[in-house]
Design a protein around this ligand. Sequence first.
Ligand SMILES: O=C(O)[C@@H](O)C(=O)COP(=O)(O)O
Ligand SMILES: [Zn+2]
Length: 215
Amino acid sequence: MSIHRQNCLREQISTLGQSLFDRGLTMGSSGNISVRLEDGGWLMTPTNACLGRLDPARISHLDKNGRLLSGDTPTKEHFLHMAMYDERPQSGAIVHLHSTHSVAVSCLPEVDHCDCIPSLTAYYVMRVGKLPLVPYHMPGDPKLGDAVRSLAGKHSAVLLANHGPVVAGKNLEAAVFATEELEETAKLYLLLRGTNPRLLTPEQIAELEARFPRD
Ligand SMILES: O=C(O)[C@@H](O)C(=O)COP(=O)(O)O
Ligand SMILES: [Zn+2]
């Protein structure tokens, strides 16, 4: 990959990180972003970095074995990102946020662990689909990587219990769009709690999945 292309990706991570932060989709130094490089390595946001104020030159550059080549120490969730990439060769980027409504859903005792948010809208089905809950582990615990690995082959998005969403996409823009959609649908789900909303039918879901396949 040319240096020019890598620099463009660094800029894109910083720009989209700032956009997410400025819209309140993650706070403080929470959340992390990664992009897979053509040589099998990755760019990842550094640990304890604020997504709203990333310095493109300090973004961590890892080789395909996860060794740091340049930049600051990577996110403590680097193994989680790498586990998801291992299971999803079609994915080029991953976003993890502490977006408020998604985190709220991740704390609810009654959610279906196989599918935390019902199919309320077509766009949610198109961007996210079934969202499994990953049992709680401390942030940075390698067991979190193992737990995500077991689900990531079948799911582009997972919800970490009492923590937040991890969403993969074919590229960074796709991963960000899907994360935003997840957050908005989590908000809808909470708004509709205690009501009996009409959900999309299995036939409607199948039609959407055939017409708009997710990666
Ligand atoms: O919740 C956590 O601590 C991490 O999952 C996180 O969101 C931020 O960690 P770093 O990426 O290591 O800053
Ligand atoms: Zn986190």
